[in-house]
Structures are given as structure tokens and as C-alpha cells.
Write a protein that binds this ligand. Structure first.
Ligand code: RIB
Ligand code: CA
Length: 332
């Protein structure tokens, strides 16, 4: 398994758009993207999930200011899912303010006037063929952008989406993962669109973790963004401690970011048919991946453009700490 530090990057950074419900692990994903020379964050859209979309935008602006990147446009997106109403925030996981109750210095920036779906559509045209879309919350904004502009899939390079559970239980119901469960109709529309999608489900995100030593390293960093992440993790660890039997947390959203960046590579990610359960029964929000016939190794189904990540080449925890601390090894 590759655990070597990453080397400095030399080619031009790829443009990425992040859609998130900021959120502690969303904050880690944001920080990871900002500290990855392979990509340039050109815009952020927010959606209701861990907190409401307006609060998520506030948190994102404050984090961007802390990172010295107040120039990145942040657009407020959908408050409600495509069908139904926002189910409300999850303070027991992400704290009352979404960032573990820590007080971030307020940015003097405001969200841009356009909504997240409009921002995404505009960026896709400005960076035609080059933009990578990363979603780490419910995908309402993406579905809205697709409805507004059917040409969107042809303009986007690829989509990496944190969500779903292929072969493991869900985390909000027996079978459903939170991002998909919060807007199954939107997830179904994202999967149905003609573009390359990498689904990063609980199967892999729960296997990538941060430890108490990692948290302490971030907390002691000589860097305000890393410090803030370390501070907010205290609350997040509290939620995950009973799950893992020790202090730590899962790395849902940062794993999607790292896979989109290319610093973590999927080693098993077959292209398979994926059905999102949009019924109103107990299966609502389930991601049903047709993984039959995969026993002897990954088999891609012809014509399918959605890959489901089931394994990766390296643990994300050490890499995330390294990137946030700025200790990536210089190029030889
Ligand atoms: O199920 C995990 C996902 O739900 C993560 O994106 C987390 O931030 C929440 O949105
Ligand atoms: Ca999230």
C-alpha cells in the first residue's frame, strides 16, 4: 500500500467546482482542495443537509477567508430537496453551527447573487470540457442545473460524488446514506445524466479515518485553517467514537475530494448499473449497485458511465494531515 508523501505538482491545475453542505467533513474536503496544487477551486455551491444552505455558505465563506482565498465565489443553493422539505440540520454530528461549535472569524464577503445551479452552469461554460464537479452533500443543485441546461453533461469533465452505500448498511436508515437519502430524486437525475460519475460510497469512506494523533497534529499546526479543522474535529470525534470504539472519525467528503484530485486512486471501481430508490418505502434513498459477476475482479458493464468505488490505493488520513500541514515532500 502506498503511504509515501506526495511530491510537488508541476502541470497546470484543473478547475473544480465543489457542491457541499458545510459541515465538518465538508470543511475537510474544502481544505483538502485548497491545499492541493493539482486543482484550482473556481466556485462553491451550497445545499441544505448538515446545516441549511445559507448557513453552509456562511461557513464556507469564513473558511475561505481563513485560508486566504476570499476570492472564491460561493453561491447559496437549494434550501429544500426536489421533492419535499429540508429535514433539518444534524447538530449532534456537526454542531449547532455546522463546524463543531467553534467560532470562525466572520468573513466580510457575501455569497454571489446567482444561485448554486446558475454558478455551476456558468463555470461549466467558462471551463468547457475541463471542469470537475465534486458533490459532498445532497445533489439538488446539480439536478437543478441539469434541468436548466441539458448541455451541461457535455461541458463537464467528470463528476465525483460522495454518497450511497453499495455493499454496506446505510448511515441514516438501514440502507440509505445521508446525502442520497436527503434528495433521492436529485441523486437519480445526476446518475441518469450522460457524464462520467465516480460514486464514493460509505463502503470506502468509513474505512478511511482520522485518529486522535492526527487531530492533535492539526490543532498544533502553525496554520489557521488546519487549526480550525483540528478544533472542529473534537465534536465530530464525539459522534464517531461509539462507532469505531476509539476517538476518531470517518473521512466521507475528503475522500471524494482526494479521489477527484487524483491523490487517492480507486483500485476497484467497476462501472455498473446503479438504481436510486425513490419510492417512499423503507428503501427510500438506497443506492442499488448491480455488482453481480464481480467475484473474480472488476467487470465494467458496456456503456455504463457510473463507477462505484469499492477500494482505494492508500489510506487518506496521513495524506490529509500532510496536505493540511503543508508537509508534502518537495519535488526531487
Ligand atoms: O453520509 C455522509 C455525508 O453526509 C457527508 O457528506 C456528510 O457531510 C453528510 O453530508
Ligand atoms: Ca457533506
Amino acid at each position: 500500500m502506498n503511504t509515501a508523501p506526495t511530491t510537488a505538482h508541476t502541470s497546470a491545475p484543473r478547475p473544480v467546482y465543489l457542491d457541499c453542505d458545510t459541515g465538518i467533513d465538508d470543511s475537510m474536503a474544502l481544505a483538502y482542495l485548497l491545499r492541493s496544487p493539482e486543482v484550482e477551486l473556481v466556485g462553491v455551491g451550497t445545499v441544505s443537509g448538515n446545516v441549511d444552505a445559507a448557513r453552509a455558505a456562511r461557513n464556507t465563506l469564513d473558511l475561505l477567508a481563513l485560508a486566504g482565498r476570499p476570492d472564491v465565489p460561493v453561491a447559496v443553493g437549494a434550501h429544500h430537496p426536489l421533492a419535499g422539505e429540508f429535514a433539518g440540520p444534524v447538530p449532534h454530528i456537526h454542531g449547532e453551527n455546522g463546524v463543531g461549535g467553534i467560532a470562525l472569524a466572520p468573513s466580510d464577503r457575501r455569497p454571489v447573487a446567482e444561485d448554486a445551479a446558475t454558478l455551476l452552469g456558468r463555470l461549466a461554460r467558462e471551463h468547457a470540457g475541463a471542469l470537475s464537479v465534486i458533490t459532498v452533500g445532497p445533489t439538488t443543485n446539480i439536478a437543478t442545473a441539469l434541468r436548466r441546461d441539458p448541455e451541461l453533461p457535455g461541458l463537464v469533465r467528470d463528476v465525483t460524488t460522495m454518497g450511497g452505500a453499495a455493499l454496506v448498511p446505510g448511515n441514516v436508515t438501514a440502507v440509505a446514506e445521508a446525502n442520497v437519502r436527503n434528495d433521492p430524486e436529485a441523486a437519480a437525475e445526476l446518475i441518469a445524466a450522460p457524464w462520467d460519475v465516480m460514486l464514493v460510497p460509505l463502503d470506502v469512506t468509513l474505512e478511511n479515518q482520522l485518529t486522535e494523533a492526527d487531530r492533535e497534529a492539526l490543532l498544533g499546526a502553525d496554520d489557521p485553517l488546519a487549526q480550525a479543522v483540528g478544533a472542529m474535529l473534537d465534536h465530530y470525534f464525539g459522534f464517531y467514537t461509539p462507532l469505531y470504539g476509539r476517538r476518531g472519525c470517518a473521512l466521507h467528503d475528503p475522500l471524494a475530494a482526494a479521489i477527484a484530485v487524483g491523490s487517492v486512486q480507486p483500485t476497484r471501481a467497476p462501472a455498473v448499473e446503479l438504481v436510486i430508490d425513490t419510492t417512499h418505502g423503507p428503501g427510500r434513498g438506497q443506492t442499488i449497485a448491480d455488482l453481480r459477476g464481480q467475484r473474480l475482479g472488476p467487470v465494467d458493464r458496456p456503456g455504463v458511465r457510473t463507477r462505484v468505488v469499492l477500494d482505494t490505493d492508500r489510506p487518506l488520513g496521513p495524506l490529509l494531515v500532510e496536505r493540511l500541514l503543508g508537509t508534502a515532500r518537495a519535488a526531487a
